[in-house]
Design a protein around this ligand. Structure first.
Ligand code: C5P
Length: 373
């Protein structure tokens, strides 16, 4: 039976035998449409699942995940968490100005992510795929090893815990971040630097013979294998790893001493306080590159890594020893640095952008910068 448009229209007006047939036909069409949509949805879900699974598979295997067939649809890193707006106007520490106080600088609050731990610990060994892929490309000439195995062995030797608690209104933790700039020479900042709770230095940074300008106390010393030196007891050695070999190296240098060379000679044995060794988190490294240095340079300088570490664990941050010489090179306070301009030639760090970032942090009231000579 042919059903005219007229009949179709009449179905809207009221029931009749003809209309019932039309209604059935309409329902059938709606049902078919629903079925087609359901099939399309299930197909797209299936492909999303399969593709995510394939790209995650290689990554999971390098992470040492036993069940590499389990697929992670939602990454555990949920993106930026802003400083809470509900806390605006409230103090997060007992210092005069507190890094954590929200509402002081909108720019800072929008870039600051409280949820990424500066340290790599037993609790956050697994890296998200985007972090892992970025991190292994920092020194791509080195073959990655199984991270879970390597870190598990390392955390039998060093604590692998996070010793830093979050902000506390009754605490005023004052930190000095001391870069290696030649502007510290004749600065007479020594006593001022020594007055801080945490004093963070990096790479070669000597103090003996330079106490008047740079102070004598150190609580944290940040180094990578190729810049590492022995440290007196009670100083936290914070290893900045650029590759899995660096994790193997620290394990070796604190035990059997099998590793003597990476891309340069490294210390076979390292004399540092094992209980105070900490490992810099690659996720935090990438967070600085993404949120703060905004991909200027291939990756942030050691100075930036230390500065943001301090901004995440301290209540007040004072910055010393940052700033290039008149030719824009990174000179040192203890030597005539032959390689002061090397980073510019290679484009590995963007000194101008980093200097601007330091100025912005100072303008935002989050750090105080002591510019020396
Ligand atoms: O030279 P080195 O890398 O050991 O210096 C440590 C950090 O101090 C650098 O990564 C850089 O951030 C900072 N620095 C600086 N100006 C200099 C020398 C070093 O800002 N003249």
């Amino acid at each position: 039976m042919r059903i005219s448009n007229k009949n179709l229209l009449s179905t809207a007006k009221g029931p009749s035998p003809k209309c019932n047939i039309v209604t059935m036909k309409c329902s059938l069409r709606v049902f078919i449409l629903f079925l087609v949509l359901l099939v399309a949805f299930l197909t797209s879900l299936f492909f999303t699942y399969t593709l995510t699974g394939v790209t995650n598979m290689a990554y999971l295997e390098t992470q040492g995940v036993e069940d590499a067939h389990r697929v992670k649809l939602v990454p555990s890193y949920l993106g930026m968490q802003k400083l809470s707006k509900d806390l605006v106007g409230q103090k997060t520490c007992a210092c005069d100005r507190c890094v954590g106080d929200p509402g002081v600088s909108q720019w800072f609050d929008e870039h600051f992510d409280q949820d990424i731990l500066p340290l790599w610990t037993k609790a956050n060994m697994k890296l998200d795929p985007d972090v892992y892929n970025w991190w292994v490309m920092l020194q791509p000439q080195f073959k990655p090893h199984n991270l879970k195995d390597v870190l598990s062995k390392l955390f039998l030797i060093v604590p692998g815990e996070n010793p830093y608690s979050s902000w506390n209104r009754s605490r005023c933790r004052r930190c000095a971040v001391v870069g290696n700039s030649g502007n510290l020479h004749q600065s007479h900042y020594g006593a001022d630097i020594n007055s801080h709770d945490f004093i963070m230095r990096m790479n070669q940074a000597p103090t003996i013979g330079f106490e008047t300008d740079v102070g004598s106390r150190t609580t944290h010393h940040f180094m990578y294998p190729e810049s590492a030196k022995n440290l007196p007891a009670n100083i936290s050695f914070v290893l900045v790893p650029f590759k899995t070999l660096d994790l193997l190296w620290i394990t070796s240098a604190l035990s059997m001493g099998e590793i003597r060379f990476t891309y340069a000679p490294v210390k076979q044995f390292l004399r540092v306080d094992k209980d105070k060794v900490q490992i810099y988190n690659p996720a935090f490294f990438k967070y600085i590159h993404d949120n703060w240095t905004e991909h200027h340079g291939r990756y942030p300088s050691t100075g930036m890594l230390v500065l943001f570490f301090a901004l995440h664990i301290c209540d007040e941050v004072n910055v010393y020893g940052f700033g290039a010489d008149s030719r824009g090179n990174w000179h040192h306070y203890w030597e005539n640095n032959r390689y002061a301009g090397e980073f510019r030639k290679t484009g590995v760090h963007d000194a101008d952008f980093e200097a601007k970032l330091i100025n912005s942090l100072a303008e935002a009231g989050k750090i105080r910068v002591f510019r020396g000579n």
